[in-house]
Ligand binder design. Sequence first.
Ligand SMILES: [Zn+2]
Length: 142
Amino acid sequence: MGRGQKTCPDCGNTTGPRTYQCSNCQHKFTFKPAGLRTQIGKDIKDWRELENGEIIRVVQGTGPVWRSHDEELEEQSMGYAGLFRVVQVIDDGILAHSLKSSDAGRVMIYMGEEERSKVDPRLLKRPHKLRKATKKELLVHA
Ligand SMILES: [Zn+2]
């Protein structure tokens, strides 16, 4: 069987990878959404091992949050999200450049322990969650 080819579960006919319907028995193939297969990179656990120039994805909704004093419900994400190029790993985070062209500055992606800020206790410092950039993301931003 050629690369990417698949076999019809109903009749055993071999088809090309992009076939939606079996040419022999009209069985309809189901596809995993392309995004799910290709756009989720591996979690990065050893962020201290990241090297200068590596491209990482910071997961949306992770990182520090700001909470208003009286209204526990009012919560605002203070974290970063999206693709970043690592500049340097420091004590409790990563210096990185956003790959969004509109946002060219250097930022510090907090990766330290979860704790209340000593400067402003409404700020809950939480580490970001990081993923490896996928091949597709690397192609776009190479
Ligand atoms: Zn078939």
